[in-house]
Write a protein that binds this ligand. Structure first.
Ligand SMILES: N[C@@H](CCC(=O)N[C@@H](CS)C(=O)NCC(=O)O)C(=O)O
Length: 359
């Protein structure tokens, strides 16, 4: 052990099972296989001899087939209260340093509070490089003991009528990630706890909290298996980003804020929609739809060959525009947009995020 090492990582989780079961999940090869790797990876090989001086080894396999093995020696095996073992990555190119893991298991009304400390890192960089992996692995562990699967950790906060909430729901559905939808309105304490500007959606995955739809979906895309929500090709990826940014900066403002919301929450004289806001917005919306129409051309997707964040940001907005009094004419004047939107409406992610049937 490197005596000068001072950097450590501490993670905590509450697991819905008694201490003995959770302890066993750390030292029993068949159980270790089910969770001791970040989400989206697998554990094809594992061995464990859980007694002081006994050895263990865990091999994790990434989606691309790359394998990573960590191994070490048990220092303390005190079922069900505490487990201490060394941890060292094996093979060339891996950090050649022995670190130490201490796991404490505390009873909490039949559930178990797990506190894991991974210590002995020589620098903050190496410590931080383990943070995402351990967080994802411990989320896996929580989900192993919870029938809700990823919905035990993943929560989306907001109102399903929000286009940004729907975009996020579509992204989660495209990835096949189960989540818990927590109904919350803007600027309420529940939302402000996650989103300092009080907007929706807010997002949680275990102890991680995020706001801003693009950031949430980029995290979801990388942290979970399933089809990628950003194109693999660098040019398409940049185009995807370009459209996400333009839709956020220009289209949402004209199409939702200055158009759809003017009908939904009329603020004009006699409680009528304010034409002095709507009419100029309509001119801009027609211009924006013409730009997007040209971008689609004969294709149904804005960037790359698979549905991407760009399409997920636009579809919920267009769904509302199409329902407004001028919506049909606007869409008819942009036939490529209308056709692409029809294709989006056919997707299971679009159906599953319908605000009218939100569950
Ligand atoms: N930039 C944010 C925008 C979120 C946003 O504006 N959400 C709307 C609902 S669609 C909201 O919370 N509006 C309440 C308000 O503006 O006070 C994101 O990408 O998540």
């Amino acid at each position: 052990m490197n005596k000068a090492a001072t950097f450590e990582l501490t993670l905590e989780r509450r697991i819905g099972a008694p201490r003995e079961k959770v302890f066993d999940a750390f030292v029993t090869p068949e159980l270790m296989k089910t969770w001791m790797c970040p989400r989206g990876m697998a554990v094809p090989e594992v061995s464990a001899d859980p007694r002081p001086g006994g050895r263990y080894s865990v091999t994790m396999q990434a989606r691309d087939g790359d394998r990573f093995t960590a191994a070490g020696v048990y220092q303390a095996v005190e079922r069900p209260a505490q487990l201490v073992y060394t941890w060292q990555w094996q093979g060339e190119g891996m950090p050649n340093i022995e670190t130490l893991i201490t796991v404490r298991f505390t009873d909490h009304d039949g559930a178990t509070d797990v506190r894991m400390t991974h210590s002995g890192f020589p620098d903050a960089g190496l410590r931080d490089s383990h943070d995402q992996g351990w967080n994802s692995s411990l989320n896996n562990l929580v989900e192993q003991f919870d029938a809700r699967g990823t919905a035990a950790n993943v929560a989306l906060l907001g109102d399903p009528r929000s286009t940004y909430v729907r975009t996020t729901r579509m992204g989660l559905a495209e990835k096949g990630v189960k989540y818990t939808l927590q109904q919350a309105m803007p600027h309420t304490p529940e939302i402000i706890a996650v989103h300092p500007w009080g907007r929706m959606p807010g997002f949680r995955d275990g102890d991680l909290q995020l706001f801003e739809t693009s950031a949430i979906l980029r995290y979801v895309d990388e942290a979970f298996p399933g089809p990628s929500l950003v194109p693999g090709n660098i040019r398409d990826r940049a185009r995807c980003e370009q459209w996400v940014s333009a839709i956020n900066a220009y289209c949402y403002d004209a199409m939702v804020r200055r158009y759809v919301l003017q009908y939904v929450f009329p603020k004009g004289a006699d409680g009528k929609p304010d034409r002095s806001v709507i009419d100029p917005a309509l001119t801009q919306i027609a211009q924006q739809l013409a730009i997007i129409d040209a971008a689609y051309g004969a294709k149904d997707l804005l960037a790359g060959a698979q549905v991407s964040l760009a399409d997920l940001f636009l579809a919920p907005i267009l769904a509302y525009v199409g329902q407004m009094p001028e919506g049909k004419n606007l869409m008819q004047a942009a036939p490529n947009v209308a056709r692409a939107q029809l294709a989006m409406r056919e997707r299971e992610s679009f159906r599953a995020s319908d605000p009218a049937t939100a569950g």
